[in-house]
Design a protein around this ligand. Structure first.
Ligand SMILES: Cc1ncc(COP(=O)(O)O)c(C=O)c1O
Length: 393
């Protein structure tokens, strides 16, 4: 490996949201404990990004900044090179974070009381983006198959999309927390249903660069021109290159009229859609200089997943690991232990295990935990030993 994925970072008192949450849950937690919750990485950033930011800071004036042609070139080349999707500069809006874009999208493309379809268990801000804006969450739960293989309930999706008040689908592609990378065939079925029923789609593709061997990411909008016009895609380098603190993301919206609606909605809350100066530079460096780092990061994450699966089978068979097709978020099934949500949380905290509880993603996640695998192997193994000791007590 050329890059360092082994150094154990100490973010105990550097303002990390994930680490602060751990300290809040257990103020007496020991200094060496690393949390496995919120989705940022316990890896250093790619050195190419840090170098690019240093170069920039040597000459920069940190006034109001906007995207330069080189930024557009970097992002459009990235979507073409990595996803085979030819995007145009005028399709882009920058936003301070993908969740922010989801909120705006919900407001721009639905009316109060409209239904927004989501597929739980799913990333929890999907609920908030809908409910806190006076829209209704309409659930199309994923179907759980054998060995934690999840699939989309297309019959239900079709029935829900047919209801006139259900105007929008929030798609998570790849899907957090179950780790599915939706196949082209699955996405084509979603596209067909949504086009037929005039349901617009916001496709949150923030995890799309973290694809495990044997799987292929398909950007939802790229399926056809008609589908592109019916999609708002959200991408960002934040998960991929551990840049969440820069709040630098993009919306890609091919349809002109939709772009005007989104812009008007952003304008309504006096927001101009800029990201910060360092965010532009980091994004440009990420999308032009960091392919080699990303290839290694995916390998490290996948190795962690394989190691975890073997470890659980051997030492802790009550806990089952879902297959990991994409993301660095491992979905763990603890239902056979028969713990209530409250018991599970208490037991985990006592064992210094700070995962994200499955119920956070909807009641469909009760009895599960989501474990962040973007950490040095030694850190993951420490956590797994604590887990097996707790389960086998
Ligand atoms: C599916 C999904 N969307 C969005 C986000 C967060 O995006 P941001 O930090 O850019 O708002 C996450 C973070 O885990 C996520 O999993």
């Amino acid at each position: 490996m050329k890059y360092d994925f082994e150094t154990v970072l100490d973010r105990y008192d550097n303002g990390s949201v994930k680490w602060n949450l751990m300290k809040k849950m257990k103020p007496q937690v020991g200094r060496g404990i690393v949390p496995f919750s919120i989705a940022d990485m316990e890896f250093k950033n790619p050195p190419e990004i840090i170098e690019a930011l240093k170069e920039y800071l040597d000459t920069a004036v940190l006034g109001y900044q906007t995207a330069e042609p080189s930024w557009y070139e970097a992002v459009t080349n990235w979507t073409k090179r990595r996803y085979g999707w030819e995007t145009k500069p005028e399709w882009f809006y920058t936003t301070p974070g993908v969740v922010n874009a989801l909120y705006h999208g919900v407001l721009a493309f639905t009316e109060p009381e409209d239904g927004v379809i989501i597929m739980p268990p799913v990333y929890h801000p999907f609920y908030k983006a809908v409910e806190s804006n006076g829209r209704r969450v309409v659930k199309c739960p994923l179907k759980e198959g054998q060995n934690l293989s999840y699939s989309i309930d297309f019959d239900r999706l079709d029935a829900l999309a047919a209801e006139e008040k259900n105007r929008l689908l929030l798609l998570c592609n790849p899907h957090n927390p179950v780790g599915r990378v939706w196949t082209r065939e699955e996405l084509l079925k979603i596209s067909e249903i949504c086009l037929r029923h005039h349901v617009f789609v916001i496709s949150d593709e923030i995890h799309c660069d973290l694809i495990m061997p044997g799987h292929t990411f398909t950007s939802f909008a790229s399926l056809s021109e008609e589908n592109a016009a019916n999609t708002m895609a959200c991408i960002a380098p934040s998960k991929t290159f551990n840049l969440a603190g820069l709040e630098a993301s993009c919306v890609i919206l091919p349809d002109r009229e939709r772009r005007h609606r989104l812009k008007a909605e952003m304008g309504r809350v006096s927001y101009e859609g800029r990201v910060n100066a360092l965010g532009y530079k980091a994004m440009e460096a990420a999308y032009t200089r960091c392919d080699a780092w990303l290839a290694e990061a995916v390998q490290v994450i996948y190795n962690n997943h394989l190691l975890l699966s073997d470890f659980l089978k051997e030492h802790c068979p009550e806990v089952k690991a879902a297959p990991l097709e994409g993301t660095y978020l491992q979905w763990l099934d603890l239902r056979s232990l028969g713990w209530t949500s409250k018991e599970q949380e208490k037991i985990m905290v006592e064992a210094d295990l700070f995962f994200d509880e499955g119920s956070m993603f909807g009641p469909e996640g009760n009895g599960f935990e989501r474990m962040n695998l973007a950490c040095p192997q030694t850190v993951m193994m420490d956590g797994l030993y604590r887990l097996s000791q707790t389960v086998n007590r």
